[in-house]
Structures are given as C-alpha cells and as structure tokens.
Design a protein around this ligand. Structure first.
Ligand SMILES: [Zn+2]
Length: 278
C-alpha cells in the first residue's frame, strides 16, 4: 500500500517547553537528512540521554510517547541511516514522525539567523515559528508547493526519468509552482517545458508532504491534448509513452512517493474504460 494511504498513530503537537521523560522518542536528523538510530529504531530518551547536546522542541506524539527533535553532543556518524531506506525498518507512525522531524530540523538549522538584520532566530512558545531576537521578524516553516502528475492518451501513459533516479526507474513529470500560478497552470507549464506536450482534463487527485527537504507535492492526472514529445534534457534523461498493458517492463517509483499512487490511478481508469467496452 502506498504511504499516502496509510493511517498512523502519529499526531502533530508542538511544544518548545515540553518536559522529556524516559520513554519519549528522540529524533536527531543530520545535515544530509539521515536519521540517528539505535538497533534499527528511533531511540528513547533513557537510552540516549548522555549523548544529547540539547532538546529543540516537541513536535508530535505517538500514543503515550512524545516525539522530540534533539541534537547530539558528538558526531556518531556511524549511527545514521538514510531516511528513505529506514521505511522498511520502522513502523509507519515512527516513519511519518521522522519525515516531519527531517522537515523541521532542516528548516530550523537553515534559519538560525534573521534574513532582515542577521540577528539570532529563536523558536517561539505558542506556535511553530522562529522570531528574530533583535528586530522581531517572524519566520515560518518553509513549505514549497510542487506539482506532479501522470499523463495518459488512450492506452498509453507518459513517464519520465530524471538523471538522479535509480537505473530504469520511470516516474511522473514534476516541478515547483512559480509565483502567480495556480497549481493546474503550474502542472500544464511543467509538462510543456519538460516534454513539449499540451494537456487537457487536468484532474487533481491527492497531495503528499515530501520533506526532502520541504516540498508539498500536489498530484494530478491529465489527458494528452496535442504536440510532439520533445524532452528538455536539462531536466530529464528520458521520457516515453508506455503501453499501460506493458508497464511491468519498467521499474515504477516506490510506494513512498505519490507518483506510484498517481500512476495507479491512470492504470485503474484505463482498466475501467477497457472493461466497459468489452
Ligand atoms: Zn532581525
């Protein structure tokens, strides 16, 4: 099952002054978005108290355990795991908490100083934002809107691969929303820029926070309208029309990403239409 469909016991709860107790969960993320783990799990406070430099804030709760962002007092670089690969190690509630811990840690660490006066920013008690100690400028967590989508044309689906993808993986076209655009315009523009195609029947499907480091992915499916496939090789390594019946020949994106959910929507739509013609 895709990550976006999974219910969890994790709930957001921010408290910069919360008291940490023995069984609370401690999330430490490094500058490369790797997570500090002990025995392939998120440590509890009792197990790592001596290793901690500081507790930054509580950011959530799982059952009776509070979730804290913290910093270590030493490097311990051997104890960090890739966030994406820890999907198979952690239960889903801890995994979702870890994604938010990565988002917030990245934001806090990259906004230590005020953009207006270079003063020092600090987290505020009542709400999740940072305030400059000198001029009072407020700085809210960064969230970057992105659009992503699967394009279909009768029995075909258009998928693309970025040079950063693992070998033979094809996925949806995606990109950042520009100032002044609505998200449908942003998706149509990205498709035109990256693969040279006009699209129609743009349908919003779902969204997913994607904290690498701070995107909010808004997912679409859309129908091909006109134009010849013309790949922007500055962005993509390849893009092709695939027969939906033969999708098994390529590697699709992992269940972590909304891309897999969007591709599934196109496949289901195609199968439903095909059935109605039989
Ligand atoms: Zn300032």
């Amino acid at each position: 099952m895709q990550l976006i469909n999974q219910q969890t016991d994790f709930n957001y709860f921010y408290d910069v002054n919360a008291e940490v107790v023995a069984n609370d969960l401690i999330f430490v993320v490094d500058s490369k978005s790797k997570i500090f783990m002990i025995d392939n799990d998120i440590p509890i406070f009792d197990g790592v108290a001596k290793l901690l430099d500081s507790i930054v804030c509580q950011f959530g709760v799982i059952g009776s355990q509070k979730c804290f962002i913290a910093r270590l007092n030493s490097d311990l670089s051997d104890c960090y795991n890739s966030i994406r690969s820890s999907y198979k190690l952690l239960d889903i509630s801890k995994f979702k908490a870890m994604l938010l811990a990565n988002h917030l840690t990245t934001w806090i660490n990259s906004h230590k100083y005020c953009g207006v006066c270079s003063g020092i920013n600090e987290l505020i008690e009542r709400e999740l934002f940072q305030k400059c100690k000198s001029c009072g400028n407020m700085n809210y967590p960064t969230v970057s809107p992105c659009v992503i989508g699967a394009i279909y044309d009768q029995d075909k689906i258009l998928l693309a691969r970025s040079p950063h993808f693992a070998s033979n993986v094809y996925s949806c076209v995606a990109g950042f929303v520009s100032p002044g655009e609505n998200i449908e315009q942003a998706f149509a523009r990205e498709v035109m820029e990256e693969v040279g195609l006009s699209i129609k029947n743009i349908q919003y499907i779902a969204s997913q926070p994607w904290p690498f480091p701070h995107s909010l992915m808004m997912g679409f499916i859309a129908e091909y309208d006109s134009g010849e496939l013309k790949i922007d090789y500055n962005e993509l390594e390849d893009a092709r029309w695939f027969s939906i019946d033969e999708l098994g020949d390529i590697i699709l994106p992992s269940e972590l990403s909304i891309a897999s959910f969007l591709i599934e929507q196109v496949v289901n739509k195609y199968r439903l239409n095909k059935k109605s013609f039989v």
